[in-house]
Design a protein around this ligand. Structure first.
Ligand SMILES: [Zn+2]
Length: 411
């Protein structure tokens, strides 16, 4: 390309056409912060739409790598992205690159990781709306619970063959977990207790999808997300589900299950304390010291979201290993990592549910014990539970915060 063929465009001309729409508010869309969880078939369509609409700030989260079989439903991926082994490319990273190519005005970041363990709760607090582009119930349940904790609205979408559905969940008004039947609930509880089975059942539960359903449902999801951004709350699909089926040209809406009084999702972190002096890079010891100073309680402790396994022992040879792994990641991989004979099996002989000054590995960072950046940790002090955000970590959108003078071990 010679220099004369390069043209610079006025960024404001991108959404000029949309400004002719009476209800459009270009400024709000440019300022919008949207999180997209999942960069598969739906995620691709959703991200493409957000880019075209000039949505200003996007964070895309996905743990998976691109495979050749993804290409038939992924407008953002190319055959050259399908690389095997250590060179494999992550969906979130490539999707973010392609969004930038489509519309350089968009600020997009990617996180390669899983929900909820790899992404701090505070990350989601910074968004106006979360769009779930997920392919299994367990992941939806995680998003629902985290969104409820921080009072966030999330747009759920699902596709199968030529069909799909969209719903908006808003804490206090509608809830994904309440919509689950008793069999679904029991199965999910079972999956939560057995990570290996959860992974296997997600694989087994995969359904055939088409780019046709993905574009229609992805467009509906972004339409709902736009309503959140533009404040058209009364038009949202809250408490309702839109269903589309292409073969018979069916499109209809129906009421979702009303909120139940007993539901594990209904838990809100309030108030959330923004602790600028705290980051996930702090050692457990430094974090406890800072919390002790903040709450003036020497017996302060951090309640973990789930058990942290600290020791395993082989069943037959009774060999003991010091480990640091969350219960969610526990399973077959542990056997492989420690080269334990698979017929021998292992038992957990050490686990902690909270971090106190008696924790064996006080020198490890919060990150190393499984607390992600910008997480909101549960702190017990003076007989009460407090919700403390690691606000010293870099925010997911916009320019990084100025360094806090109290921050310790900041990279
Ligand atoms: Zn519920």
């Amino acid at each position: 390309m010679d220099a004369s063929s390069k043209r610079s465009f006025d960024p404001r001309s991108w959404d000029h056409t949309f400004e002719l729409i009476s209800w459009w508010d270009a400024e709000s869309v440019r300022k919008a912060k949207v999180i997209v969880v999942g960069a598969g078939a739906l995620g691709n369509e959703v991200l493409k739409n957000l880019a075209l609409l000039n949505v200003g700030h996007i964070l895309v989260i996905d743990f998976d790598t691109i495979e050749y079989s993804n290409l038939s439903r992924s407008i953002l991926f190319r055959p050259s992205d399908c690389v095997e082994g250590t060179e494999a490319k992550f969906k979130a990273d490539v999707a973010a690159e392609r969004v930038k190519e489509i519309n350089p005005n968009v600020h997009i970041r990617s996180i390669v990781g899983k929900i909820p363990g790899d992404v701090g709760l505070g990350v989601f607090r910074h968004a106006d709306v979360i769009i779930g582009c997920l392919d299994n119930r367990l992941a939806r349940l995680f998003i629902n619970r985290l969104a409820y904790k921080i009072g966030a609205t999330w747009v759920d979408g699902g596709i199968q063959n030529l069909a799909g559905q969209v719903t908006v969940y808003r804490p206090g008004e509608s809830c994904y977990e309440c919509s689950l039947g008793s069999t679904d609930r029991e199965f999910i509880q079972f999956q939560l207790g057995c990570p290996d089975i959860a992974r296997a059942s997600v694989e087994l539960g995969r359904v055939p999808t088409t780019p046709l359903a993905a574009s229609i449902i992805g467009a509906l999801q972004v339409t709902e997300a736009l309503k959140v951004v533009l404040g058209n709350d009364d038009k949202l699909l809250v408490g309702e589900r839109a269903y589309y089926e292409g073969m018979n040209n069916d499109y209809f809406r129906f009421k979702t299950t009303p909120m139940k009084s007993e539901c594990l999702s209904h838990f809100t972190y309030d108030p959330i304390i923004e602790a600028d002096e705290m980051t996930a890079d702090l050692t457990v010891e430094d974090a406890l010291d800072l919390l002790e100073a903040r709450f003036n309680d020497p017996a302060v402790c951090i309640e973990l979201d789930q058990e942290l396994i600290t020791e395993i022992t082989t069943r037959q040879t009774e060999k003991t290993y010091d480990v640091i792994v969350s219960k969610a990641s526990f399973g077959k991989k542990m056997i492989e990592r420690y080269q334990i004979q698979s017929n021998e099996g292992i038992v957990i002989t050490g686990e902690v549910r909270e971090l106190t000054k008696t924790f064996k590995h006080l020198g490890l960072s919060l990150l190393e014990v499984g607390i992600p950046r910008l997480h909101i940790i549960k702190v017990r002090a003076n007989g009460e539970t407090h919700f403390v955000e690691l606000s010293g970590d870099e925010p997911p959108f916009g320019t990084p915060q100025p360094q806090n003078e109290h921050a310790i071990n900041k990279p």
